[in-house]
Ligand binder design. Structure first.
Ligand code: ARG
Length: 588
């Protein structure tokens, strides 16, 4: 559907034209004085210079043309020449009825769907999932859902980190703990056991222990590097172990992401890109893109107008080993081959920005990527604790994601039980649903690139700009609609009548903005814009709700209209929160 702001703009442009001025002055914006008007047009000020006339006169000329407008019910000129606009109530009601009948609630799907890959999550196998990975999962999932709603073909890829030193560390530590395991017997030629020689709990002990050891014990680190090398060269026993590590770890990761309601289409891993490396390196050499620099193979990526130094992209170390870079470049090759994406979005900690600048430039320069394919780095800031430092456990360690979710859910549970609106048996489940909204909304309501403070007390509050407040509002609407249905009422679409109060009109105007907000949020990859929209929307609804006796209204037509409106508000809110990656319970 055409956006309401575009319809108003069109109306204003015609008025400028009829009054003898250029249409381009008819641009409008949302009012910055909502107490005075809903939209405003400042075009008369700009036109004053061009036509050498007082802006007030121009504004008046234009206003005269709008006397019979069906879109605007109030047009007033304020000194020195602002045109204040109020939307016609009947027009607004009709617009809302159209939204309600529209399959996508007024959203205009993209004309030519693009294939967009989102690289997010990025956990590292065998290392516990910790809060550092939380933001990537939450932001990426939301971008994916928004993109799908807009009609693009979006493929989410978890891009598991399974190719680093961590594997060698685990193998080496395991060898010290259990040297008798058959995986370490180089003469063994039989089948390896199907069962892993460790549980996820044990695996999570092994890695930190090995990692700590490698920092103090040089010999241990050497061994781990050697083990990593052997694994990459195809040592049978190590590969069998690697498979166990992968299975145990991935099962655990999937369980965790499920709790977060985050779902990946692809579970690709860094190791999947390795087969593409030899050909890619050869190609870079043959084409003369890569050259040797102190034994290492590099591609220069600096550009003339760089204001800071962008170091060359290293493809192979002097010992011939590949790097994180190499894997990412080979992954681009693989993605181009398998999916031909129009865009790849990387949702990664913003501290990796320079790194991605190098990788992207290298991929472009060496033409690994089609010219039309966009590479986007969507960097996010750090999640800090209340002390302003990166979020830690009370003991000062890295907080595991599971622990964090557990803490939030406990807090939510307490609050819900205090409210006593839900029977105890449902309270646990409800706490999980609302807890997830607290975590995700707490994250997404900030602009992704900024750091933010993870504040459990604030995030779990039912008041203020929080997930639970949005859900509380949604549940409130659902319960009115349920009561209406229980009293024998039928939910009908398209019965919305003109607003009878200011608060009702304000609510309707918010509903009319839905398409604009989602489109902008997608264009700018900015889920926080959807958050601030649902917050305004929920506030507008609550204001209306407190002023209006809906179910006890005697006039049936009026009541039906409000129910219809509420149903639309509910649909829009639920669609928005789904795009943010959570959902509303039936009761709270
Ligand atoms: N595993 C990486 C990390 O924990 C994140 C991966 C990001 N994606 C990528 N294509 N490099 O830092």
């Amino acid at each position: 559907m055409i956006k309401i702001a575009d319809l108003i703009t069109e109306e204003m442009q015609q008025a400028f034209r009829k009054a003898g001025y250029e249409t381009s002055y008819g641009r409008i914006s949302l009012s910055n004085r909502p107490d005075l008007c809903e939209y405003q047009c400042n075009g008369a000020m700009a036109a004053a210079k061009a036509y050498k006339k007082a802006p007030f006169i121009i504004a008046n000329d234009v206003t005269v043309q709008l006397e019979d407008s069906e879109i605007l019910e109030e047009v007033s000129v304020v000194s020195p020449g602002f045109i204040n606009l109020k939307v016609n109530r009947e027009f607004l009601a009709a617009y809302l009825n159209r939204i309600q009948q529209d399959e996508y609630l007024s959203i205009e799907k993209v004309k030519e769907p693009r294939t967009v890959m989102i690289d997010y999550g990025g956990p590292n196998v065998a290392k516990p999932l910790h809060v550092g990975h939380l933001r990537s999962a939450i932001i990426g999932e939301s971008l994916k859902r928004i993109g799908r709603y807009m009609g693009d073909k979006v493929i989410g890829d978890v891009h598991l980190g399974d190719w680093g030193l961590q594997m060698g560390l685990i193998i080496t530590e395991l060898k010290e703990l259990q040297p008798e395991l058959v995986y370490f017997d180089s003469d063994y030629i039989g089948e390896y056991p199907e069962e892993a020689p460790f549980t996820i709990g044990e695996l999570e002990q092994i890695y930190p222990a090995a990692s700590a050891k490698s920092k103090e014990d040089e010999a241990f680190k050497e061994k781990a590097m050697e083990a990593t090398h052997q694994l990459q060269q195809g040592n049978r026993g190590y590969i069998a172990l690697w498979n166990h590590i992968m299975n145990v770890s991935v099962t655990d990761l999937k369980r965790n992401y499920k709790k977060l309601d985050v779902e990946f289409d692809l579970w690709k891993k860094e190791s999947d890109a390795q087969p593409y490396i030899p050909d890619m390196v050869q190609y870079m050499k043959d084409k003369g893109y890569a050259h040797l620099d102190q034994g290492a193979l590099v591609v220069d990526v600096k550009e003339e107008d760089d204001t800071k130094e962008i170091p060359p992209c290293m493809i192979l170390k002097s010992d011939g080993a590949s790097l994180y870079n190499t894997t990412d470049l080979a992954t681009i090759v693989e993605r181009m081959k398998l999916f031909q994406p129009d865009e790849i979005i990387y949702v990664v900690d913003k501290r990796q920005e320079l790194y991605f600048t190098q990788v992207f430039r290298c991929a472009r320069k060496t033409k690994l990527i089609d010219e039309e394919t966009k590479l986007t780095f969507q960097g996010f800031g750090t999640m800090n604790g209340k002390d302003g430092k990166p979020f830690k456990t009370r003991e000062g360690g890295v907080m595991r994601l599971e622990t964090l979710i557990h803490e939030i859910n406990e807090e939510m549970y307490k609050k819900i039980v205090d409210n006593r609106s839900v029977k105890d048996k449902d309270a646990r489940k409800t706490a999980e649903i609302v807890g997830l909204s607290a975590i995700k909304y707490g994250d997404l309501s900030n602009q992704a690139s900024k750091d933010y403070v993870f504040d459990i007390d604030r995030f779990t509050s039912f008041e203020g700009n929080t997930g639970p407040y949005i859900l509380y509002t949604t549940v409130r609407i659902k319960s009115i609609l349920n009561r209406y249905a229980e009293e024998g009422g039928k939910l009908q679409k398209g019965n919305i009548q003109s607003a009878v109060s200011e608060s009702e009109k304000a609510l309707m105007l918010e509903a009319a903005k839905f398409n604009t907000v989602v489109e902008t949020a997608y264009e700018e990859k900015a889920p926080h814009k959807i958050c601030s929209y649902v917050y305004d929307f929920a506030n507008a609804f609550n204001r209306f709700y407190h002023e209006t006796k809906i179910l006890s209204e005697d006039n049936e037509e009026q009541k039906e209209s409000w129910i219809s409106l509420l149903n639309l508000v509910r649909e829009i809110l639920e669609t928005c929160i789904d795009m943010l990656g959570f959902s509303a319970p039936e009761r709270m």
